[in-house]
Design a protein around this ligand. Structure first.
Ligand SMILES: COC(=O)COc1cccc(COC(=O)c2cn[nH]c2)c1
Length: 247
């Protein structure tokens, strides 16, 4: 998978050199290209923003530098087209399901904005011939989209085959489509069996896999009811067996 990121703070993406994503890059599973937006701002001050038409607070990112930067990225591979992802509070929710859709894409282009956002004509220009997604990682406003890009690259990158290693499959994730979809992970434990007077739930030491699976689902349902009751409402009743309904 190829990922391109255009930003006025490319140094913000140093974390993509370490840990899981860093290793995936070393192993050639992931190919990340960073671009400094100001390289396409040709005035002496390399200006990328200006005051908003219609008035209002803050500044808007000018269309010209973005247009030239995106054109330059697209020119990197004439035979392919990237999916463009714009982090914004006004976007569709970023979910595990969307991450699974993105991991199937051969090429992603992230365009994190600063200030009040990018002149809307930029995405209109590319939306006519490419897939342009405005995506939100949550209902809050950041100073820029760079942190949102880090979140999405990690959520997508960890799903790439070979990144998590055989010990761990992303299929078992919370929110992953299927049995655990719309359920939060329950508690997890490891050695020692007793720590500062706290014991590991007996069932987990029993080796009885059927009962352990049942206990884990119960704990997932309880935690979901406590922290995200609205997700329970989204649960397909057909997937709730009589035991669940009793909870
Ligand atoms: C076309 O879209 C744009 O121009 C982007 O506009 C903005 C405006 C303000 C802040 C941001 C950065 O993203 C977030 O704050 C964000 C993403 N997810 N949750 C919060 C982006």
């Amino acid at each position: 998978m190829r990922i391109d990121i255009i930003s006025i703070f490319p140094e913000y993406f140093a974390p993509l050199d370490v840990s899981l994503i860093g290793k995936a890059r070393e192993r050639g599973i992931l190919d990340v290209h960073l671009h400094q937006l100001r390289d396409w701002a040709h005035d002496v001050h390399r200006t990328v923003d200006d005051t908003p038409y219609g008035g209002g607070p803050g500044m808007v990112m000018k269309p010209e530098p973005w247009g030239e930067a995106i054109d330059a990225v697209l020119a990197a591979d004439q035979d392919a087209r990237p999916r463009i992802i714009v982090p914004t509070p006004s976007g569709v929710p970023f979910t595990q399901r969307l991450a699974m859709e993105y991991v199937a894409e051969p090429w992603l282009l992230f365009t994190p904005a600063r200030y009040e956002g990018i002149d809307s004509r930029v995405m209109a220009e590319y939306g006519s011939r490419l897939c342009v997604d405005e995506v939100s990682i949550g209902d809050y406003v950041l100073a820029g989209g760079e942190a949102a890009v880090l979140v999405m690259v990690e959520a997508v990158g960890r799903l790439l085959p070979g990144v998590l290693g055989n010990a761990r499959s992303a299929v078992d994730d919370s929110f992953a489509p299927g049995e655990m979809e719309n359920l939060l992970e329950g508690p997890v434990y490891t050695k020692p069996p007793e720590w500062r007077g706290h014991e590991v739930p007996e069932i987990l030491l029993s080796g009885h896999h059927g009962k352990i699976a049942r206990w884990r689902r119960d704990e997932a349902l309880r935690r979901t009811a406590r922290n995200r009751a609205e997700l329970l409402a989204a649960l397909d009743p057909a997937t709730l067996d009589k035991h669940d309904r009793r909870l």
